[in-house]
Design a protein around this ligand. Structure first.
Ligand code: G3H
Length: 532
């Protein structure tokens, strides 16, 4: 890595951003209190010639007081279901989201640049995160229109006439992760909002300034109090919000420890709905009858895209003993072809890590694995320079090692050779996690029994390809400590709402009331109009 940066003009970072406003009750409030600096994982020399992480800006360190203000704001905007937003016609809510999406599109270059500087995500992947998010918003709108059309009919059963629709749940606290700070956030916020909930959103520790260009759009496109954005420590802000008992949905993508602690704070457990995306330790299982080149390509991409910082990454590889030697050789060769450098460089794949403690943690994992018999089998494996860690391929890994059990969320690839298929299957069933698995084989006879048992252990079995969330129309979910609730364009609309119905015992007087309601369009809920 170079200490004197050659940054193309387009991506140059020119000015430190002091983010001094936060959004509460429709107002971008100015903050004059303590602040937290935001640093990039990209190192360069400062004016004194000292090498260090680039200072990007700062954010307010809000306190419990502002946290509770944001809660009041969202709570009042929901107004026990009587607020403007939860009672609004679906098409009006869609119009607000469409407006937001238009304003958001204008911020693409800026947001993409922040993604590179704040979390070190390569340019192409940063663009992809932005575009995928816009697409997600568009698909959500289309899906809601279809859903609305389906729900606009009046059902008639056993003498009861009913209109069944989906209604919002209430106030949503939304906490998102640093690795997809835009996409994962919006995959929670957009469905929560469009279904009529009001929201409080606190970004993760990294990937925060990229929201600055969007704050105005949030302020302008939604009625006051519907979206509240606060900055600061999760413990300081989320604790009193949860303790209030006024949160109806905890939407958190992150780690299970924080999710458990936050749930515990809520005094009315049955009222709280959980939408959680948590840890995973997805295995790749490479069978002797696989297409080896394809398996290597997918396992490499699956384990090291964005330096392994994907919840869906392949975090352990089981390779059959008959092919493990060849697999390892090819894997190392393919890894050596991956370019490392800064995120804006052409074709770069391996980049600096945003979490300051990650290099140390990776070192510990490697050391522990070596102590227990593994070797780093690739040149430069584990070499660290400031925030950059060159991927370490560890072999042979066994159950005594931390890396066998822990979600590394970084550039370490543990490889285990197996003789009997029961070995990886036992790993999956004994694991605390249950998100996905990848199977590599060219033979349907080999695959069939594995598919049939693994679908009952994880929530997606990928055949001859890496694990992944997308396309976003497919359900994204996990078992055990990996997730609670299903997300996809369609499922998220269901996740952030509840079915509720208005029922009329059919008789002349009720039939007339229903006719009058439908004719006069007085109710936003009871009507048979649908959005085209
Ligand atoms: O980190 C979790 C992401 O949702 C994974 O998404 O599989 O498309 O990279 P991806």
């Amino acid at each position: 890595m170079k200490s004197i940066l050659e940054v193309p003009e387009k991506y140059r970072f020119t000015q430190v951003l002091e983010q001094n406003t936060y959004l509460i009750n429709g107002e971008l409030k100015h903050w004059h209190g303590e602040r937290t600096n935001i640093y990039s994982p990209i190192y360069q020399k400062n004016k004194e010639g000292k090498l260090g992480p680039t200072l990007l800006g700062s954010i307010p360190s809000l306190t419990e007081k502002e946290a509770l203000e944001s809660l009041d704001s969202a709570y009042n905007a929901y107004d026990k279901g009587r607020g403007e937003w939860p009672t609004m016609k679906v098409e009006e809510r869609i119009a607000c989201i469409e407006n937001f999406s238009k304003m958001m599109l204008k911020t693409r270059d800026e947001v993409v640049n922040w993604l590179m500087w704040e979390i070190g995500k390569p340019y192409e992947e940063s663009c992809n995160e932005f575009d995928r998010t816009i697409e997600y918003i568009d698909d959500t709108i289309t899906t809601l229109r279809e859903m609305d059309q389906k729900h606009s009919e009046i059902k008639n059963h056993s003498g009861i006439l009913a209109q069944v629709r989906r209604a919002p749940l209430g106030v949503v606290l939304c906490l998102s992760p640093y690795n997809y700070p835009l996409n994962e956030t919006f995959c929670l916020l957009i469905p929560a909002l469009i279904m009529g909930n009001t929201t409080i959103f606190k970004p993760a520790k990294h990937g925060i300034l990229l929201l600055s260009p969007l704050l105005e759009a949030f302020q302008k496109c939604f009625p006051k109090g519907v979206v509240n954005i606060i900055y600061g420590s999760g413990r300081t802000l989320a604790t009193p919000i949860m303790q209030s008992g006024k949160i109806d949905v905890l939407a958190l993508i992150g780690n299970s420890k924080s999710a458990n602690i936050l749930q515990e704070y809520h005094p009315k457990k049955n009222r709280l709905r959980l939408v959680l995306g948590l840890e995973a330790k997805n295995p790749g299982i490479v069978l002797p009858d696989c297409n080896l080149d394809l398996a290597v390509k997918e396992c490499l991409n699956g384990s090291l895209a964005f330096n392994g910082q994907r919840c869906t990454a392949l975090k352990i590889l089981f390779v059959h003993e008959d092919i493990v030697e060849d697999f390892n050789k090819k894997f190392i060769k393919a890894l050596e072809e991956l370019k490392y450098g800064n995120p804006w460089e052409d074709n770069v794949k391996l980049t600096p890590l945003p979490e300051p403690n990650k290099p140390k943690y990776i070192k510990e994992l490697i050391f522990d694995a070596q102590e227990n018999g593994a070797h780093i089998i690739n040149k430069k494996g584990g070499d660290t320079e400031n925030s950059f860690v060159y991927p370490a391929i560890l072999y042979p890994v066994n159950s005594k090692m931390k890396v066998y059990h822990e979600e590394q969320f970084g550039p370490v690839v543990p490889i285990i050779s197996f003789k009997e298929i029961s070995e990886p299957l036992t790993y999956v069933s004994e694991s605390n996690y249950g998100q996905q698995v990848s199977l590599f084989s060219q033979n349907s006879e080999t695959l069939a029994p594995l598919i049939d048992s693994l679908v009952n252990q994880v929530c997606r079995v990928n055949i001859n390809s890496k694990c992944q969330r997308g396309p976003d129309v497919f359900p994204f979910v996990g078992r055990k400590d990996s997730a609670v609730s299903t997300l996809s364009v369609y499922d998220a609309l269901r996740t952030f709402s509840i079915r509720t119905l208005v029922a009329f015992k059919s008789n002349p007087s009720n039939d007339k009331i229903l006719d009058d309601l439908l004719e006069s369009n007085q109710s936003n809920f009871v009507n048979t109009n649908y959005i085209l």
